[in-house]
Design a protein around this ligand. Structure first.
Ligand code: ADP
Ligand code: MG
Length: 342
């Protein structure tokens, strides 16, 4: 007889619910870093400082100078399904922020020792809360000068099964660095600093997209690339595509952003591959950094918890648009952007 059939049904404890969700949202340190960085961007930060220890497993500390969180909302920020970014179904169809699901911090808090300190602009000083498992402290005064600082320590300390899946420190750092690059490429107006084990790894000053592309991907890429700047009634595609001579043996230099969000989309990849088809040798991959601005109502970002998948309302039109824009740029490349800016 199957004993499972005789178990009674009961609701799961809150902590366990968050730990289950974390399995999806916080696959590895880099995934936690992505969520934390997106929150800093959504908070209007102009400077974001990232400090990692041991590939992010020991510590992920992100300090921003954004608008902060009110003292009496600190605990709420770590509560599942609590968000300041949407409140109605209409909002869900017009997403302009990177986050909106209100589950990242709750998930991260359920699998780490966490400290959240924040000073909301109107407040006289900052407040801080500490979380470990089910215990959440009351807000305590903090000396933080501005913005929000999130400290995530000992990721997966209470989930040994997940800890076993972590790769070497170098590999986890490489994933974090990639996440950092994606966010930094899409936010050239923000200054970014990245440190690992106390050593400075990247310092990106605020600038225009072209400067940011050069400082993240190197002058070599920028020199070998042509500009794209195509506008239609519904969308705007801009950025840089490498000319065929720069083609890579891997897909490591492929960055496509939809409304500032890095996406990995089959339709877009297909349009790009098709556009490069006649000029690339077999086994070579195009390199590009492209930004698509499209009306938020024309794209559904609520497809997957990590939001790297999206759905377009008019996929065929988009495919055509991208294909033609890239094709044109490859046929008669603009090495200098005529207007001088993206
Ligand atoms: P979401 O980003 O989907 O709203 P999160 O769990 O990532 O959900 O964050 C919950 C809430 O905490 C956010 O809606 C925001 O109000 C607040 N928050 C998180 N990080 C920051 C930050 N760096 N600065 C200001 N507010 C923040
Ligand atoms: Mg978020």
């Amino acid at each position: 007889k199957n004993l499972l059939n005789m178990a009674t049904i009961k609701p799961l404890p809150e902590l366990l619910i968050n730990q289950i969700a974390a399995g999806e949202v916080v696959e590895r340190p880099a995934a936690a870093l992505k969520e934390i960085l997106e929150n800093s961007v959504d908070a209007g930060a102009t400077k974001i400082n990232v400090q990692l220890q041991q590939g992010g497993v020991k510590q992920i500390r992100v300090a921003d100078d954004g608008f902060g969180i009110a003292k009496d909302e600190l605990q709420l920020a770590l509560t599942r399904h609590s968000t300041s970014k949407i409140s109605t179904l209409e909002d869900l169809h017009q997403i302009t922020s990177l986050g909106f699901r209100g589950e990242a911090l709750a998930s991260i808090a359920a699998i780490s020792r966490l400290s959240l300190a924040s000073r909301q602009v109107e407040q006289i000083h900052a407040w801080q809360i500490l979380v470990e498992g089910k215990s959440v402290s009351q807000p305590m005064p903090s000396s933080l000068a501005q913005g929000t600082t999130l400290d995530v320590n000992d990721l997966y300390f209470n989930i040994p099964a997940r800890r076993k899946f972590l790769k070497s420190e170098a590999t986890e750092f490489a994933h974090c660095d990639e996440t950092f690059k994606r966010i930094a490429l899409s936010q050239s107006g923000i200054e970014f600093v990245l440190q690992h084990n106390g050593k400075a790894r990247r310092h990106l000053r605020a600038g225009d997209p072209a400067q940011r592309i050069a400082s993240v991907l190197g002058e070599e890429f920028k020199q070998a690339a042509a500009w794209i700047d195509e506008q239609s009634a519904e969308m705007h595609l801009h950025g840089m595509v490498a000319l065929p001579a720069y083609a890579r043996s891997s897909r490591d230099t492929q960055y496509f952003f939809v409304n500032h969000r890095f996406v990995n989309d089959k339709l877009i990849s297909h349009a790009l591959r098709e556009a490069y088809r006649d000029v690339l040798h077999l086994g070579r991959h195009p390199a590009f950094v492209l930004f698509l601005d499209i009306h938020p109502g024309s794209v559904d970002v609520n497809v997957h918890p990590t939001k790297t998948e999206v759905r377009f309302r008019e996929p065929r039109a988009l495919h055509q648009f991208i294909f033609h824009a890239i094709n044109k740029a490859l046929a008669s490349p603009h090495k200098e952007l005529p207007s001088g800016e993206l």
